[in-house]
Design a protein around this ligand. Structure first.
Ligand SMILES: [Zn+2]
Ligand SMILES: [Zn+2]
Length: 217
């Protein structure tokens, strides 16, 4: 299932009334065992706290009522605080289908920022704003074509502040790294500068000695 489908649950917090623990958001099992119907929801909020009274007491009450080894987990549907219980055969049930909403939330923020940065590329040169281009260039999770487009704007932006962060960045994609090297050296040329062969500080292209470390060029 696409991760984006779960984004809408990011802000939902369900608290178990039995133990006051924040409940886990879990992928719903495809079939509701018993009536053969789906849950009508792709996720369920379940209290997976092993210290929860409902869970601890469930073992003996199910044993007494039905004569088999199982217990209850407290459950709520998304958008509802109506009480439900799930029967579980062991403490591990549902722990494998927990959806990490916090990670999704971070991913969502990053995704929004990427979209905003791509949009800002259209106006960043006119506004002399390096930030959106740098956000994309240094963001390994961003779309590679967007990052390439951002790199190509560096010459028009002509802001030497881009050099250090890019030099200090490790590009996972070697073609992007090559392109960034080419663009940085063109940017330096355009500004009649070069990097010192010894200390990498920016110096005049024509300098025969580095003014920072005195190394011969
Ligand atoms: Zn609980
Ligand atoms: Zn130097």
């Amino acid at each position: 299932m696409a991760i984006q489908n779960f984004q809408r649950y990011i802000d939902e917090v369900h608290t178990c009334p039995h133990c006051k623990t924040v409940m886990s958001c879990c992928e719903a099992p495809p079939i509701h065992v018993g009536d053969g119907l789906g849950w009508g929801s792709e996720v369920l909020f379940i209290c997976l706290n092993d210290e929860c009274k409902l869970f601890i007491n469930g073992w003996s009450s199910i044993e007494a009522r039905y004569g088999h080894h199982a217990s209850y987990r407290y459950m709520e549907m998304p958008g509802s605080t109506e009480s439900n219980v799930m029967m579980v055969g062991n403490a591990m049930a549902f722990t494998g289908s927990i959806i990490d909403l916090e990670a999704l939330s971070k991913q969502n923020d990053r995704y929004k920022q990427e979209k905003a940065s791509v949009k800002a590329l259209a106006t960043c040169v006119a506004q002399q704003d390096l930030k959106p281009a740098m956000f994309l260039i240094l963001n390994e999770a961003a779309n590679i074509e967007n990052r390439r487009q951002a790199l190509r704007l560096l010459l028009d932006l002509n802001d030497l502040a881009c050099i250090d962060p890019i030099r200090n960045h490790t590009f996972r994609d070697s073609s992007l790294e090559q392109e960034s090297n080419m663009i940085l050296s063109q940017l330096l040329k355009n500004n009649f500068l070069k990097e010192c062969v010894a200390c990498a500080e920016l110096i005049k292209a024509k300098a025969s000695k580095c003014k920072h470390c005195q190394a011969d060029q």
